[in-house]
Design a protein around this ligand. Sequence first.
Ligand code: SF4
Ligand code: SF4
Length: 342
Amino acid sequence: MIWDLRFWIINMNKNEFQKFVQYLKEKNKVIAPQHDVEGYLHLNELNEAKDLYLGIELPLDSWKWFILPPRQEMFAYKGLKIEEILPKLKDQIFLGVSILDMQALTLLNQIFEKDTYYQEIKKKTIVIGTSLVPEENFYKFFDKFEENKLEHLQFDIFLAVQKNDYIIYTGSEDGQRLLDDFGYKDYSHIEYAGPIREEGLDPQMVAIKDAMQNRHNQKIWDELDKRCMQCGKCTIACPVCFCFRMFDQSNFEPGTGSRNRCWDSCFYNEFTQVAGATPEAPKHRMINTTAQKIYFWYEHHFVRTPATFSLPGCVGCGRCSKTCPADIDIFTTIKEILKVKK
Ligand code: SF4
Ligand code: SF4
């Protein structure tokens, strides 16, 4: 629900915003997009308020690095004794999260809803989003900002970016407290109404899901088979790829060690390797060819995730295309998928 109080609310101007960033930085660890010396946009701890980039370009790395770390120790064992290891983390603020990435975080929040390790980090994380989206994205839903789009996203503070100032919204009590403590009162509050929209999935996402399910075109995957080198960079870059594997790390002392999880990729051979090998098939896998792997990856994003969570399994950020060494472009592939098969 949106409390419509905007008729008396004054937007935050750019000077006030600078002071707000300074205020955040003084008290917290702030992670924000910043250009490196070579001009690439990355997420890093913000040391100087002036280094914050707030624009339509998306950082190459996604926010999952800081909420679902690449490697996590889960518990230590000593003989039969097990001790849970929860992430030790100070409070952190994600500043300048594009609304596309807010949708990605909202999906991760659902997927890891019952995961103690993820939730422990989420509890200590404040999300400050913006209405800025890159020009090239096929998830057009967020191109035009309307405040009723916010009620299905999880965030603490949101900046609807205007030409000279920002309309400020809060999405949680933590967000309200932060602004109140700073001394800023001109915000509207958006009550979170759950992740699923009443009108269902975005029509474009439905069209892709429908084409993937009902008009399988093997030629697309055979073509990509010739180019993809199974490096897995797209899965690392993607803000909603979340697959991981488990491994045990033993210590010198007998019977001691820890269980860990780390990111994995469905492009790696071991990922779908299963027990039951035979001399004829010593490495028995669920998925073998590159064409199968790349199809599986698209199917995960556009069919299985929407079917399981009623949310888009891709936010159209284009990070997978930017990082792919084989120049495989998701925007081109989607066009191919949507073409009526001849
Ligand atoms: S565009 Fe690529 S990187 Fe971005 S969410 Fe979709 S699949 Fe992931
Ligand atoms: S980044 Fe490109 S080459 Fe690497 S696995 Fe993904 S699609 Fe294949």
